[in-house]
Design a protein around this ligand. Structure first.
Ligand SMILES: Cc1ncc(COP(=O)(O)O)c(C=O)c1O
Length: 429
């Protein structure tokens, strides 16, 4: 298909008629498909079945009986495993719970309700619920749960553009330096959600060093896809060390989980931060629980034999299952839209998603008509704070769950919907 806008009126009308016929044909098949779920398919989950039986003995290191209460910040051997895997100091870590989002929510709860040490660790700052509403910088497109979680506490969400190698740091620095109510920024360093991009070392350094008007300015570093390589392996910059070296040892909160390493919702979460803040977090945590469930923690250690290299090996097996799905989607998008001007995307470098842009003003329509034809997509706008994409253009594609067969049908509906919605808009039908 040539660039649609360079076609004559008659050819454009023909293209529209063709697109409508194709869409109607697909709709008549009454399929029920889903391209919205950012979770592994059963094919990937099967690689972790061994974790279910990985606990013949329930004693952890030092004789800890994992059936019983205690060890609020998590098993030492699991901390060591994560430390080796991620390069995060085991001493500044809490592991436990089944989700990193819980740690993110608890972190916000602490900052909002109780306050925490400032970035330098010199003094305690007042809770964020006092004074002007905190503003949180949100690189867009980004992860809706980060945005919704921050807004739940009353934060004002401020869009900043996401570039190929991370957030627009000129804008982040300008906003943070000039306004003391700017209290933090969300960052997904490796394989961002949804674009699958990699944060550069240079931008990580700028995050660590930037002068903020708020002494308790924080970097929420969600390394959810830190070991989820698809092709070449990339490494996330060591933000905790960078912040330390910049004189802000308490600035960053590092989050991770094994949700998409083993079983989502049945894995283990992690938060790490500066030494003073982690002690403060433990004080609050001890009032929430006498200890997280340590059984999944010990299972995780045993399944990987306590070795980071075994986690990496496991991830290469998962990548083998995921890679063909990503390649299938991208080949299909290239074949359908290459050179048409109707859809653009950047190849993700890893992670779980592909972020596409359709012509301005069309994303909502695409999602609506794709759903009517039987293909559920992530709601348009979900990748922006308050669900509002100012250009109504971005759509997140999640290719990990469906089989290749289902992906083919879903992509058919998606591509037909993009063409129909875009051509109808341009030709003002
Ligand atoms: C960037 C990001 N962070 C966190 C999560 C959720 O992680 P968890 O299951 O550990 O709460 C997701 C899930 O899609 C994600 O994309």
């Amino acid at each position: 298909m040539p660039i649609w806008s360079e076609l004559g009126k008659k050819d454009q009308q023909e293209l529209l008629a063709e697109s409508r016929a194709r869409y109607d044909g697909l709709k008549a098949r009454s399929l029920r498909l889903d391209l919205s779920r950012g979770k592994p398919g059963p094919d990937a989950l099967d690689f972790s079945n061994g974790i279910l039986g990985a606990l013949e003995d329930y004693h952890a290191e030092g004789g800890i009986d994992v059936r019983n209460y205690g060890v609020v910040d998590g098993l030492p051997e699991l901390k060591r495993l994560f430390a080796d895997l991620l390069g995060v100091p085991a001493g500044n870590m809490i592991v436990g719970g089944n989700s990193s989002l819980t740690h993110m929510y608890n972190t916000f709860a602490m900052l909002y309700l109780f306050g925490a040490p400032d970035g330098m660790g010199d003094m305690d700052c007042r809770p964020w619920h006092r004074g002007d509403a905190a503003k949180i910088l949100c690189p867009v497109p980004g992860y809706d749960r980060h945005f919704n979680l921050s807004a739940d506490f009353g934060a004002k969400l401020v869009n900043i553009p996401m570039e190929k190698d991370g957030p627009d740091m000129d804008e982040a620095e300008r906003l943070a330096a000039s306004d003391p109510s700017v209290k933090g920024i969300w960052v997904v360093p490796l394989y961002s959600n949804p674009a699958g991009s990699v944060l550069s070392r240079e931008k990580a350094l700028r995050l660590a060093c930037m002068k903020a008007a708020a002494p308790d300015f924080r970097v929420f570093w969600d390394n959810a896809y830190g070991v989820h390589h698809l092709w070449e392996e990339h490494e996330a910059p060591d933000i905790l060390s960078m912040c330390c070296e910049a004189g802000y040892p308490e600035r960053a909160f590092y989050f991770f989980s094994t949700s998409k390493v083993n079983f989502p919702g049945s894995g283990v979460g992690l938060v790490a931060t500066g030494p003073k803040t982690i002690e403060r977090m433990k004080v609050h945590l001890k009032l929430q629980t006498i200890g997280f469930d340590k059984i999944p923690q010990l299972r995780t250690v045993r399944f990987f034999d306590g070795k980071a290299e075994n986690v990496r090996l496991h991830m290469t097996k998962l990548a083998k299952v995921l890679r063909p799905k990503f390649e299938f989607v991208m080949d299909r998008l290239d074949a359908e839209f290459g050179g048409t001007g109707l859809l653009s995307y950047e190849r993700p470098l890893g992670g779980y998603f592909i972020s596409v842009d359709v012509p301005e003003g069309c994303a909502k329509k695409v999602v609506e008509i794709a759903s009517e034809a039987g293909a559920a997509l992530t709601p348009a706008g979900a990748t922006f704070p308050y669900g509002k994409d100012p250009k109504d253009s971005n759509i997140r594609i999640a290719p990990t769950f469906p089989s290749l067969e289902d992906l083919a049908d879903t992509l058919d509906i998606f591509c037909a919907s993009v063409k129909l919605a875009a051509l109808e808009k341009y030709l003002a039908v």
